[in-house]
Every structure is written in C-alpha cells, then in structure tokens.
Design a protein around this ligand. Structure first.
Ligand SMILES: [Zn+2]
Length: 51
C-alpha cells in the first residue's frame, strides 16, 4: 500500500470550484482534481539546482 498521491486538504479547484478534491502527485509534479479531472503542473523549486 504505497500511494504516492496525497490530498491537498483545504484547497479548492480553480476550474470546478470543488473543495478538497485536489491531489498532489509528487512523482510527476502534478496536481489533479478528482472532480473535473483538471491537472496542473506544480513548480516545486524554481531556480534551484541540486546534484
Ligand atoms: Zn476541478
């Protein structure tokens, strides 16, 4: 039972307006709405390179 995605509690989808339906997929850097299916790219760290 290893579910990478987790619920973004308290956030509202800007497309359909539903609350607590946004899930973050950290592996793909995506936020997906379970209500309307909208996905958006997240920008976790900008201008920062670690190697
Ligand atoms: Zn939505």
């Amino acid at each position: 039972m290893n579910s990478p995605a987790h619920l973004l509690d308290g956030l509202r989808c800007s497309i359909c307006g539903a609350l607590n339906v946004l899930w973050l997929d950290p592996l793909r850097g995506l936020v997906e709405c379970r209500e309307c299916g909208q996905t958006a790219l997240t920008i976790p760290e900008t201008g920062k390179e670690t190697s």
